[in-house]
Ligand binder design. Structure first.
Ligand code: 13P
Length: 251
């Protein structure tokens, strides 16, 4: 099975010139793999041009965020339809950095449903900010899933990706242990089954938070996940190429 690797460039790089270069080296690295499906989430302002240069190639594109509204007086926002028109087929929803800026689980609920209505695959991000011995983080994740997925039907579950990103791991060099991820993946599946029935067993789960060239293969092997959401390593071309190669070598 192919691993889904989502390169979340966040607010990088500073210029379109650098974005073109990064996409080109990323594409070359992706072309050398057979076991990776690559999705690049560039800053939205670069999306259309990047997509135009890579038509028909093996890379799909994602929005990092979008409004759930169709159109209207929402200064600074972009709509899912605009993102789809620019070439995105995936949309990241409820990233921890958006939640930290005020996005609520109710917002993610509307965005997941709106992304599906726009024929895009929502990547719903969930994950606790901190972890303590009392394990209340399971409750946090459950609530984010319950609200985020409340507006979809069980038949739509196959078109949704859940990205588990423990906020405390984001930006570092060390993931949570694959064993803990495995436990979380079982919990996520169980929760989605409780909410939406047996189809929830098949929900796609990816992991994000300090995924690097050193830990990617282990996480995919032992973490019970279908892929990775990669932040800072995805904008470092040599490191990202090494990450893709590590996955390829391990499969
Ligand atoms: P890092 O890979 O930089 O930890 O970021 C993870 C993330 O937030 C991906 O969306």
């Amino acid at each position: 099975m192919k691993a889904l690797v989502v390169a979340n460039w966040k607010m990088n790089p500073p210029t379109f010139r650098e974005a073109k270069k990064l996409l080109e080296t990323t594409r070359k690295a992706a072309d050398a793999t057979e076991h990776v499906t690559l999705v690049v989430a560039p800053p939205a302002i670069f999306l259309r041009e990047l997509r135009a240069r890579h038509k028909g190639k093996k890379i799909a594109f994602a929005l990092q965020n979008a409004s759930a509204e169709e159109s209207g007086a929402y200064t600074g926002e972009i709509s899912l339809a605009q993102g789809a028109d620019a070439g995105a087929t995936y949309a990241i929803v409820g990233h921890a950095e958006r939640r930290a800026m005020g996005e609520s689980s109710d917002d993610t609920q509307k965005k997941v449903a709106a992304a599906l209505a726009a024929n895009m695959t929502p990547i719903l991000c969930v994950g606790e900010a901190t972890r303590t011995a009392s394990a209340e983080y399971f409750g946090v994740v459950k609530e984010q899933l319950r609200i985020g997925l409340a507006d979809i039907s069980s038949s739509q579950l196959g078109s949704v990706i859940i990205s588990y990103e423990p906020v405390w791991a984001i930006g570092g060099e060390k993931t949570m242990s694959p064993r803990d991820m495995h436990e979380m993946a079982i919990f996520i599946r169980k929760t989605v089954v409780e909410l939406h029935g047996e189809k929830g067993m098949g929900v796609k789960i990816i992991y994000g938070g300090a995924a690097t060239e050193s830990n990617a293969a282990n996480m995919l092997r032992d973490g019970d996940v279908d892929g990775l959401l990669v932040g800072h390593v995805s904008v470092d071309a040599p490191r990202f190429a090494a990450l893709l190669q590590a996955i390829e070598d391990a499969t």
